[in-house]
Ligand binder design. Structure first.
Ligand code: ZN
Length: 256
């Protein structure tokens, strides 16, 4: 039997399958073009657009990006939360890390002082800050927004620093990729090259993939935690990612 397998394995069948592969690629291309135009009309709570959304990412997620304001699923989830809960006011000073353009106009319109923070100066932020060691006084902000940053950095340091710069009663709005089926966050010190990080963590500059225990990690930094999960009918109406979670981390009024 082993000999049969060996002889079969020696026949290069690439050419034989090339035609089938080409047909398959053409079918996928047609399907992609069809899906890329959007599946059904959605409503964007950020800009009011109603119509089909476009794809985003590689590999692409369909119905992800609003063609009017470029919002993605998480931006619309956060906006729905902010529209339904009176958590921002003109009395508030808010710091937005890695500030996403689609969210800026709406969030800045809801608070008294809106400031952006980036690790580098390239995008002309209000502050150039390292989230692991934030050069800001204690208790200087009422609100912090930080989307898809924690998976790039030392999350224990970052969460501790966010808590420090928040005033008592302050709130941090946090999103990050989470694998809810994993009880524990996956970290691996042997994974350090860009290629390996892409393979293990899904992006070449991610340093972990959070599991369900992200809640424990946020609480360990001294926060109380509430959540908004993307569920129906919001998912189909607004083009959200099923089960995506917005973590609302609250700094207690009185130190525990
Ligand atoms: Zn929009």
């Amino acid at each position: 039997m082993a000999e049969d397998w060996d002889s079969a394995a020696k026949v290069d069948r690439t050419e034989e399958f090339r035609g089938a592969l080409d047909k398959s690629v053409n079918r996928l291309r047609q399907k992609f073009n069809q899906m890329a135009r959007g599946i059904a009309p959605r409503h964007c709570p950020l800009c009011g657009y109603y119509g089909k959304f476009g794809p985003f990412g590689s590999p692409p997620r369909y119905d992800a990006r609003c063609p009017s304001c470029a919002s993605l699923e998480r931006h619309r989830l956060i906006t729905l939360y902010l529209l339904r809960n009176p958590v921002l006011s003109k009395e508030h000073r808010l710091l937005h890390f890695a500030a996403e353009r689609p969210l800026r106009r709406f969030v800045s319109s809801q608070v008294g002082r809106y400031e952006t923070a980036e690790l580098r100066v390239d995008t002309n932020p209000d502050h150039v800050l390292n989230i692991e060691a934030i050069e800001m006084p204690d208790e200087s902000f009422d609100r912090v927004m930080c989307n898809h940053v924690l998976e790039h950095v030392d999350d224990a340091k970052a969460l501790s620093e966010i808590r420090r710069i928040l005033r008592p009663g302050g709130i941090a709005f946090l999103t990050t990729p989470v694998c809810e089926g994993w009880p524990a966050t996956y970290e691996n010190p042997e994974v350090s090259s860009r290629e390996d990080r892409f393979l293990h963590f899904g992006q070449n500059d991610h340093v972990r993939f959070f599991g369900h225990d992200i809640r424990d990690r946020i609480r360990a930094a001294g926060f109380r935690l509430e959540e908004m999960v993307a569920v129906e009918p919001d998912v189909h109406r607004h083009g959200l990612m099923r089960g995506e979670t917005l973590f609302i981390a609250l700094k207690p009024e009185v130190a525990a």
